[in-house]
Design a protein around this ligand. Structure first.
Ligand code: PEP
Ligand code: MG
Length: 575
């Protein structure tokens, strides 16, 4: 009998494939004293041998899939398991203090990590401490008889099933083999979901008790349109879903005809449909899907993908590549939005009760000015290669925007004095993702060149509902009149000052939002590449004013998100 689990559809699509479970091993253990230390040492030696074999296998797989250079990291891990000083320190704890092997291993690793991390400005030491963490986890898993977290070297199509996927886990997904992913936690706007959309991988998040229910299941169907994950599908179900997959393929073929068409409503109102990207590699999907520009380049991934702080040169190369490839279309680059769920392995971040309300994005950049200046230098140097727009994330007060702008001007001045060429046509804008900024949009509009509305955070902060928490995902309400009033206010305030407004939150790619955003006069819609052609197809069928009566209702009458949504869905169905 098949079993149907319900979750949140996070990235459209359907997949039918074998399951690949990524279980994070529970590596907790008890500390105790052993009666026979020699036998305990023998147990450790066996775990070391097994870990070496595991590393050997991973190395060969990595060599095939990523190349010799990338596989070298495993050589460092092998060397650690042969390092006489490291091993002797663990043996001593077992033989002299009679500690069990797990506790001995943990104590020695902690000692190494503390001394290495004290030298954290040294890149070599940073790499060594990452090796120690990795090797000690592998060894600990062996000692406890558990599988360490699965490797990503898939070599056949699979649906990835996991409790959670961090942004860096998701970054390693190889779309050639990953047919879909399903997680127990997360919401529609958690970053792994956003990345799945930009990679065009169907995804369902927030499936309750997923890891328990999936035990013993070999195959599944991900219906990331309705949000259902079907385990042990019957032959009939497989046939039905295969037919749906074929139909989706056909529809996407038909949409190809719109790639080079502009985006214009039935009554001739032109808007721009741009793509959100996280990495220069995402440009391919954006171009293939007919993006008219880049409305959000999330530069933090450049920092997250690296083991050390990327140099000005490395950043310059990435920005230049994107600007050149898109020229003469515009590219809106967002300065780094680190913090929240996006952390850097090489940057110590404070432990905070509420990281999403904490030290992040522009707050961190204004505090660590050297870091911010380096990014701005790289951007400004790259500016001559295309149409650069820069925006700052998480601006809450006018003062923050002014400070960021002052630093930008000072970096520009410095570069010019040093003889660098810098474009004279760089627009400077900000994201509207904090209600305080939305409510003061009329003040900000006098000082910015443009706004980009980040609905993912704007909804989270307006509704006071964590965007990653599946238990309260019912509060993620793009069509709540409070959100719609804020958006309308921002657009009107910008237009009054002759400035343009984009939207780069996920709402911009939602079909139901199109009639309202058109009626409000939004200038640019920026979304995951996979949504562009569908949204273009819809906008071309809509009259720009078709959402006006709903808009009037939101502004003047009492209504709920459900009522607004129903009215919008009726418009879509009729179009
Ligand atoms: C947003 O908040 O809407 C946004 C686009 O930024 P991010 O999703 O990266 O927080
Ligand atoms: Mg945001």
């Amino acid at each position: 009998m098949s079993q149907k689990l319900k979750g949140i559809a996070a990235s459209d699509g359907i997949a039918l494939a074998p399951l690949y479970c990524l279980e994070k091993a529970d590596l907790s253990f008890n500390t105790y004293y052993v009666k026979d230390p020699d036998r305990e040492k023998e147990r450790l030696l066996q775990a070391i041998e097994a870990s070496k074999q595991e590393i050997d296998q991973l190395r060969s797989q990595a060599c095939l899939t990523m190349g010799e250079e990338e596989a070298k990291v495993f050589d460092a891990h092998q060397l650690m398991l042969e390092d006489p000083e490291f091993l002797q320190a663990i043996y001593d704890k077992i033989l002299n203090e009679h500690l069990n092997a797990e506790a001995a291993l943990q104590q020695v690793c902690r000692f190494y990590l503390t001394s290495f991390e004290a030298m954290s400005e040294n890149d070599y030491m940073k790499e060594r401490s990452m090796d120690i963490r990795d090797v000690s986890q592998r060894l600990m898993a062996q000692l406890l008889g558990k599988q360490s977290k699965g490797s990503w070297q898939l070599n056949q199509p699979a649906i990835i099933v996991a409790h959670d996927l961090t942004p860096s886990d998701t970054a390693q997904l190889d779309p050639r083999f990953v047919k879909a992913f399903v997680t127990e936690v997360g919401g529609r706007t958690s970053h792994s979901a956003i990345m799945a959309r930009s990679l065009g991988i169907p995804a369902i998040v927030g499936v309750k008790d997923l890891m328990v229910k999936v035990k013993g299941c070999q195959h599944g169907i991900v219906d990331a349109i309705s949000g259902h994950f079907i385990l042990k599908p019957s032959l009939d179900e497989q046939a039905v879903y295969q037919a749906k997959i074929n139909q989706l393929d056909q529809e996407s073929q038909q949409l190809q005809a719109l790639i080079h068409k502009n985006t214009q409503s039935k009554d001739g109102v032109k808007v721009e449909l741009a793509a959100n990207i996280g990495r220069p590699e995402d440009l391919e999907m954006a171009i293939k899907n007919g993006a008219e520009g880049i409305g959000l380049y999330r530069t933090e991934f450049l920092y997250m993908d690296s083991d050390t702080m990327p140099s000005e040169e490395a950043q310059f190369k990435a920005y230049k590549f994107v600007l050149e490839k898109m020229a003469p279309k515009q590219v809106v680059v967002r300065t780094m939005d680190i913090g929240g769920d996006k952390t850097l392995p090489y940057m110590t971040m404070p432990q905070e009760m509420n990281p999403f309300l904490g030290y992040r994005a522009i707050r961190l950049c204004l505090d660590q000015e050297a870091l911010f200046r380096m990014q701005l230098r790289a951007l400004l140097r790259a500016s001559i290669y295309g149409q650069l727009r820069i925006m700052f994330p998480m601006i809450a007060s006018l003062d923050e925007f002014r400070q960021a702008k002052r630093i930008f001007e000072s970096v520009k001045e410095e570069l010019i004095q040093q003889g660098h060429s810098v474009s004279s046509d760089i627009q400077l804008g900000m994201m509207i993702e904090i209600p305080a900024a939305a409510l003061l949009a009329d003040h900000f509009a006098k000082e910015v060149d443009f706004f980009s509305i980040g609905t993912n955070d704007l909804i989270q902060y307006t509704m006071a509902a964590d965007r990653m928490n599946e238990r309260i995902s019912y509060l993620y309400q793009p069509f709540n009149p409070s959100i719609l009033r804020l958006i309308k206010f921002v657009i009107d305030a910008a237009h009054k000052e002759g400035k343009w407004v984009g939207m780069c939150g996920e709402m911009a790619g939602e079909a139901a939002a199109a009639p309202l955003l058109l009626a409000m006069g939004l200038d640019e819609f920026s979304m995951s590449a996979a949504s562009i052609l569908k949204q273009r197809h819809l906008i071309r069928k809509l009259d720009s004013q078709v959402g006006q009566s709903i808009l009037d209702r939101i502004l003047n009458e009492t209504c709920t998100q459900e009522e607004v949504q129903r009215l919008l869905e009726a418009i879509i169905a009729e179009s």
